[in-house]
Design a protein around this ligand. Structure first.
Ligand code: ATP
Length: 310
């Protein structure tokens, strides 16, 4: 339906996206995962015809849309990372303002506004001015605005950054519902792997402008089929303990946080007892030692040697 073909985008010195290919099929929820600065916003801006690529092509229904984006613009809804609302207008007034820009008016506009307010759970607060809304409510309204013209494709750029868990869940549920009930196609970018794991059928993972993995969740996790991920938890570490783990020949990668160390080790190697022993002689007060279920976060660590939220 919509695809990026060998796309590159350069901003002066920075190559924000490098030779990227991506495909979004009708009715799919596709995830684009990557840390800050990976190039996600730039990639989706090119896919949405907001930014022109330096090289490569963007096709919608097999036709290039770089020079003729009108066919796509009619059916795409874009939820930007930055909230774009009028703070001194009410939720309903904002909706009506943006609805008119999409060419809606009269009874049709009112019906659409009512329907979308219901979808985003703001019917009760429709008359309140946006200034008084929580961050999560503003985000929901921002999504609502992008839905007024009944888009077939919704492109969402990190829609849950910096909001309270309740609104975050609400947004995730809304995306699922729109996809199931209306077969809406969704492109969802995030640096929260658990969101992408929960929502998406297929996932693309970016880092430093490059696509580093793509496929279904299971396909991506297969990348780790030759390795195990071990989680070590303790209240604090000491340098010697960390150094010993780092030097261990079976430890392929490690990520160290304040209270958890995650190790990627070769499969079929049992280094549990060694770790427990090391902790004991080096006075590290272990809380737990587990083999973790593989997550997309582990895949990212495997591919880049860094945690997703560095
Ligand atoms: N208009 C621009 N001019 C110059 N550099 C840019 C511009 N837009 C993006 N970049 C650079 O391109 C790289 C990728 O940025 P981009 O915003 O696409 O990443 P991202 O994965 O969406 O990250 P974030 O989650 O922080 O938005 C960054 O190094 C960024 O500084």
């Amino acid at each position: 339906m919509l695809e990026l073909i060998d796309i590159t985008k350069k901003f002066k010195q920075t190559e924000a996206v490098k030779n990227m290919n991506m495909y979004i099929g009708r009715g799919e929820i596709v995830g684009l995962l990557g840390p800050n600065g990976a190039g996600k916003s730039t990639a989706i801006s090119m896919l949405s015809s907001l930014v022109e690529p330096t090289s490569g092509d963007v096709k919608f229904q097999n036709k290039s849309i770089i020079k003729n984006p009108q066919s796509l613009r009619k059916i795409i809804g874009i939820v930007p990372q930055e909230i774009a609302l009028y703070e001194d207008l009410s939720a309903e007034e904002n909706m009506k303002f943006f609805g008119r820009i999409y060419g809606l008016k009269g009874q049709k506009l009112q019906e659409k506004v009512n329907e979308v307010l219901e979808h985003i759970g703001l019917t009760e607060r429709r008359k309140d001015i946006v200034k008084k809304f929580s961050g999560g409510m503003k985000r929901r309204l921002n999504i609502g605005v992008a839905m007024l013209h009944d888009p077939e494709i919704l492109v969402m750029d990190e829609p849950t950054v910096g909001i309270e868990p309740q609104s975050r869940n609400y947004i995730l549920q809304t995306v699922k519902r729109l996809n199931e009930e209306r077969q809406m196609t969704v492109l969802y970018t995030s640096h929260y792997m658990e969101e992408v794991e929960y929502l998406c059928d297929r996932i693309y993972i970016m880092d430093k402008g490059n696509l580093i993995a793509s496929g279904t969740k299971d396909e991506i996790k297969q990348i780790l089929s030759l390795e195990n991920t071990i989680s070590i938890k303790a209240d604090y570490w000491n340098e010697d303990f960390i150094e010993k783990l780092r030097e261990h020949p079976q430890v392929n990668r490690m990520n160290i946080e304040e209270k958890e160390i995650v190790l990627v080790v070769s499969k079929n190697v049992n280094i549990f007892s060694e770790i427990a022993h090391l902790a004991e002689v080096m006075n590290v007060p272990l809380r737990s030692l587990d083999v973790k279920k593989v997550t997309l976060e582990d895949v990212f660590l495997h591919l880049t040697g860094r945690a997703l939220r560095d």
